[in-house]
Design a protein around this ligand. Structure first.
Ligand SMILES: Nc1nc2c([nH]c(=O)n2[C@@H]2O[C@H](COP(=O)(O)OP(=O)(O)OP(=O)(O)O)[C@@H](O)[C@H]2O)c(=O)[nH]1
Length: 159
């Protein structure tokens, strides 16, 4: 389930054509393996779509710093160590994004949806809908790591 405008890339690869927007994304994984998804707040492109929490890097930030700041701003939690696991790109009409995906197993604080978004802990198949297309490749990798072979989105959430 990888749409043609999504692709895997190599960190540090040369950039051609449109400039990329660099994005840090956190895959928060609970002890039972559940994954945290949140909905995009009103006023943003793709408002209401479900995504992994994160946001754009600011000037001078590393991916880990940006992720720590975004998760504090959006969810009110302080994350433990976060290392980049995968890098993908997605070409949206509004932006060409490069997504730096980090798995996060430790955090402190109570979840607070500070931007009016919703959150859901999800196992495969995901039941939230719709999901941002830029997240599809990573969902496939996470599912295959777990030996989950069915559709990653439950029937009702496939669009
Ligand atoms: N956080 C997040 N962003 C994703 C995912 N998949 C994906 O394609 N994106 C894209 O990455 C970009 C993230 O930008 P954003 O608008 O959420 O970032 P931000 O919070 O810094 O926004 P702002 O400061 O402009 O308000 C968007 O273009 C979004 O469509 C995902 O799973 N999580």
């Amino acid at each position: 389930m990888s749409p043609s405008n999504s692709r895997v890339t190599t960190p540090g690869a040369p950039v051609a054509e449109r400039a990329h927007t660099e994005v840090a994304v956190g895959i928060l994984i609970r002890e039972d393996g559940a994954l945290l998804l949140s909905s995009r707040p009103e006023g943003k492109p793709y408002a209401g779509y479900w995504e992994f929490p994160g946001g754009k890097l600011e000037a001078g930030e590393t991916v880990e710093q940006a992720l720590r700041r975004e998760l504090d701003e959006e969810l009110g939690v302080t994350i433990g160590p976060a290392e980049v696991w995968k890098v993908t790109e997605h070409d949206y009409p509004h932006a060409l994004v490069r997504l730096h995906w980090c798995k996060v197993y430790q955090w402190t604080g109570d979840f607070e949806m500070r931007e009016g978004q919703r959150m859901a802990w999800q196992q495969f198949p995901l039941t939230v809908t719709p999901v941002l297309p830029g997240a599809f490749p990573v969902l496939d990798w996470l599912a295959s790591e777990r030996g989950f072979e069915g559709a990653v989105l439950a029937q009702a959430s496939q669009g």
